[in-house]
Design a protein around this ligand. Structure first.
Ligand code: ADP
Length: 920
């Protein structure tokens, strides 16, 4: 720079000298122009020399007005900047100078103008024609007129771009170095050859707590703990001699805290003098991580090993290694796993297969062989680690031998459990409490009627499946389970999408975390629909049994009362009859009582037998085509004398055309139904009419039996169909029955598939109605069996030849007393065999009154035998049972009809009239 400045000054000086010379020359030439013509040439030569000097200079020579306008510019401008000189002249210099540099240039110019002294070295940028900026430096000096006034300035400018760039580079390099030096984490010391600090980086001052100034000049040993300074001095000496590489003595802060460092030193030059550079590396983090590693390694409950990656030899292993594999300490270090025989071939293969390209292995299951040959199941993880430039393999092994065993047992248990669940058709489920989510297996889904593919596990879905009446029950069971940690037990119904209801039994257990917070309920459920049904049936059966037991007791109590009453009448009055001085009228009266009592008892016994049969489920139905109209007409004929004897009327209100009256039903039961109802109307009416009728409605016939009798109170209308229920029990009329008739009637109607009911008003009358299904297929069919119509006269039956078959002497006498009125001849037989024999011998017998219960051959059998050779003879079965089923049996055997014992004259006459209707 000095050289450059000198040359500029020189140049300017030269220039001024030249200018002065020129001026003086010019003055002297002008003054002596004319006078000294011979000097003209010399002047011309001098001007030429001056011009040449200017034009050939590499520097720009210029003049400016006081306002800074170019008056003259040398051609160097063009070569350095690019503009032709003509373009520059007359233009202000600020058009070409960088705006940032303008103030400086102006000040520089003003100084020259103000002081009148030349100034040197202003630096500025000039705009080149190619748009770049060139650095220039200029020196300027004032221009004066003849009077010595400054009228402008003249200057010499030189391009210094390269220099400027070199300076910039140097500056930036210095800055970079400073930044680098001060931001580096390590402690950097620059020391003189005696070990005194010349310079430090910011890390030293900041971390050791000194100002940079405090550090300059003091011995670097002061940066170490006092007790180790000597050692430090020695180590530094050794390092300088190349004996030791680094110094491990820590640094100490101004406040006395030690920082573990590793220091290295180097020789160097600082400001042209020999110096020592010290670099202390903070190793506290490394120390920490070393400690951490040691802890992880030695205190690890898992087996850890560190081996040389290249040789595979163990460098270090922890205690777990020894206890797991049973080796002694001196047996392992320096040996490879292969040499120790730890790795089975399979494990080695599995390790190779599972390691990634960096040799990393994560939780790979492997088998290791202990020294004693035991196989240990382990989870192995390994990684290659680099400590400085050495490679090691760090292996961690977790013994899962026990876990494996437990897993195997668990899997065994799980399989067993699954089998058990499957075999018992149980489903399993989990309810995650926090997530409010349910996980159901297939079986649970199907038990609850849920579609597993669409089941999301929400509570809504679960409760939706439960029968609405049972949801609260399930919620309460869950709540109890959660709050009391009791077993979750619930039995509830679920409704499947097809509407079917199923019973589910569920058991569950609450699982908590180690703090006792409920986590989940896990449980099983199974279908108990069959059990529930069986339970319900049992309950019903039990209730029925209890009721039946109660009924039986009541029944027996009632029966003994019902039988005792007429029995008392019979025995009591039979006793009175023995008295010798009774009038004939009295005798007749008592006999009547005995007869009535006997009849009543017979009715009761018949009813009891029917009820017993109904109860025992022995009552069978015998469906046959039945002509309803004929049956009702027969009944009317049968009861007419009794009704009329009471001064009442009985009639059949026939509304349905005859052709429609054939239905398929049990005729005997229909008779019994009507008989019971008609008997009651007669019993419970004092006057008026009894009406029987029916109507057809769709597939049923609606029958009714209506009277104008005493009626039945509303509250009793339902109860009268129960056994032994009598509205006014104890009064005279009801005393004639036992309260069984309507319950038998109701049972019969129901057996035939119908219903029965009553409408009644006290004092006005009652209408009993019942419906029976009619069989449409039977419609319009003529009924084969003809019922006898009553005859006007009974003369013809008095000419009959009769056979009375009866084994009991008393009964035979009774029958004889009745039939003697009709028969012209009466034969007797005591057994079925005798009866058959008698028939064989007497082909002219008109009527056989056949007892059923007899020794050797019973009445049915005898009838069948007789029918084999005699179709014509009329046979009437007579039995003590008086049951409707007997009639059917008798008919089947070949009897024409049936009559209950004891024979009643009217019934027998009526029957005989019926049978012999067409015979005469
Ligand atoms: P009972 O042998 O007493 O007649 P039932 O079972 O036939 O037994 O009838 C039960 C009771 O119903 C009768 O005791 C009577 O009080 C009442 N009852 C039945 N039929 C009639 C009727 N047609 N009019 C009035 N009361 C009747």
């Amino acid at each position: 720079m000095n050289n450059q400045e000198k040359s500029e000054v020189q140049l300017l000086k030269e220039f001024q000298e030249l200018q002065q010379a020129y001026e003086s020359l010019k003055v002297s030439v002008e003054a002596n122009l004319r006078e000294h013509k011979r000097t003209e040439d010399a002047l011309r030569q001098s001007e030429e020399k001056y011009r040449l000097l200017i034009e050939n200079s590499n520097d720009i020579i210029y003049t400016l007005t006081l306002e800074g306008v170019f008056m003259f510019v040398s051609s160097a401008w063009t070569s350095l900047i690019g503009h032709p000189v003509a373009e520059i002249l007359g233009k202000p210099f600020h058009l070409f100078v960088h705006p940032d540099d303008l103030p400086r240039c102006w000040t520089f110019l003003q100084q020259v103008i103000a002081t009148g002294k030349q100034q040197h070295g202003v630096e500025y940028r000039v705009l080149c024609t190619d748009g770049t900026w060139n650095w220039h430096t200029s020196s300027i000096a004032p221009i004066r007129d003849e009077a010595g006034r400054i009228i402008g300035v003249e200057g010499v400018a030189k391009e210094i771009t390269e220099r400027k760039e070199a300076e910039d580079l140097l500056k930036r390099t210095h800055q970079n170095y400073e930044t680098f030096f001060h931001t580096i984490d390590d402690f950097l010391f620059v020391l003189d050859d005696k070990g005194n600090i010349i310079y430090t980086n910011n890390t030293v001052s900041k971390r050791l707590g000194y100002t940079p100034e405090e550090l300059v000049g003091i011995s670097v040993l002061m940066m170490h703990p006092p007790e180790r300074r000597e050692e430090a001095a020695r180590t530094v000496g050794e390092m300088l001699d190349g004996i030791t590489e680094s110094c491990p003595i820590p640094l100490i802060t101004k406040s006395g805290i030690q920082i573990p460092v590793e220091t290295r030193i180097f020789h160097g030059i600082w400001n042209d003098n020999p110096a020592i550079f010290g670099i202390s590396k903070d190793i506290s983090k490394i120390k920490l991580s070393e400690e951490k590693f040691a802890k992880v390694f030695y205190l690890n409950p898992s087996t850890c090993g560190l081996s040389d990656l290249d040789t595979g030899e163990y460098i270090e292993v922890n205690d777990q290694f020894y206890s797991l594999l049973g080796f002694e300490k001196n047996e392992v270090i320096g040996k490879t796993a292969q040499e120790l025989g730890i790795l089975t071939a399979e494990s080695a293969k599995s390790i190779l297969q599972n390691a990634n390209s960096d040799g990393k292995l994560i939780n790979v299951e492997a088998d290791l062989k202990a020294k004693n040959g035991d196989i240990k199941h382990v989870l192995m993880s390994a990684e290659n680690i680099y400590v400085q430039d050495k490679k090691y393999r760090y292996t961690v092994v977790h013994d899962i031998t026990e876990r494996k065993q437990v897993e195997a047992e668990l899997s065994f248990n799980k399989t067993n459990l699954e089998l058990a669940l499957e075999a018992s058709q149980m489903g399993s489920w989990i309810f995650h409490i926090a997530k409010n989510k349910r996980i159901f297996d297939n079986q649970t889904c199907s038990l609850l009627g849920l579609d597993r593919t669409s089941f999301k596990g929400t509570s809504e879905e679960f409760f939706e499946a439960i029968h609405p009446d049972d949801r609260q029950l399930v919620r309460a069971a869950l709540k109890k389970n959660l709050e009391q940690k009791a077993l979750y037990i619930a039995e509830y119904r679920v409704v499947w999408s097809d509407g079917s209801i199923h019973y589910i039994s569920a058991r569950g257990k609450l699982l908590c975390d180690e703090k006792g917070n409920p986590q989940m309920i896990t449980g099983i459920n199974w279908d108990i629909t069959d059990r529930k049904k069986a339970e319900q049936e049992l309950i019903i059966a039990k209730e029925r049994a209890e009721k039946s037991d109660r009924l039986k007791s009541t029944f027996i109590a009632n029966m003994s009362h019902e039988i005792r009453t007429p029995m008392n009448g019979i025995l009591g009055f039979a006793e009175i009859l023995k008295e010798p001085d009774l009038t004939g009228e009295e005798q007749q009266q008592y006999i009547n009582i005995i007869e009535k009592s006997g009849m009543r008892m017979l009715n009761i016994i018949n009813d009891i037998i029917d009820i017993s049969k109904i109860e025992a489920g022995l009552m069978k139905i015998n469906l046959k085509e039945s002509n309803i109209d004929e049956q009702i007409e027969y009944l009317c004929t049968f009861f007419k004398p009794e009704v009329e004897a009471k001064g009442m009327k009985l009639f059949f209100n026939k509304t349905v055309p005859e052709s429609k009256t054939v239905i398929i039903t049990d005729r005997e039961k229909l008779y019994a139904i009507f008989t019971n109802l008609i008997k009651n109307t007669i019993k419970y009416s004092k006057e008026g009419t009894i009406e029987i009728g029916y109507s057809k409605k769709n597939e049923t016939l609606d029958f009714y039996v209506k009277d104008t009798g005493i009626g039945i109170p509303k509250e009793k209308q339902e109860a009268i169909f129960e056994r032994f229920i009598q509205v006014n029990s104890g009064d005279e009329i009801t005393a004639q029955g036992a309260g069984l008739g309507l319950s038998i009637t109701k049972a019969y109607v129901e057996i035939l598939g119908g219903t029965i009911g009553v409408e009644s008003e006290e004092g006005v009358g009652s209408t009993f109605f019942f419906s029976l299904p009619c069989n449409p297929e039977a419609e319009n069919k003529a009924i084969g069996q003809q019922q006898p119509a009553p005859l006007d006269t009974n003369d013809h039956i008095q000419k009959l030849k009769l056979l009375v078959v009866e084994d009991d002497e008393v009964s035979r006498k009774l029958i004889d007393s009745v039939v003697k009125l009709f028969g012209k001849e009466i034969l007797h037989a005591k057994t079925g065999v005798e009866a058959v024999d008698a028939c064989r011998k007497n082909a002219d017998i008109d009527l056989v009154l056949m007892d059923i219960r007899m020794p050797e051959m019973d009445g049915y059998e005898a009838t069948r035998e007789i029918r084999k050779f005699n179709e014509r003879v009329a046979i009437i079965a007579q039995t003590a049972y008086g049951l409707s089923g007997e009639r059917e049996k008798a008919m089947e055997a070949g009897c024409n009809d049936y009559i209950a014992k004891p024979l009643k004259k009217e019934y027998l006459v009526e029957l005989m009239r019926k049978i012999f209707k067409h015979s005469y």
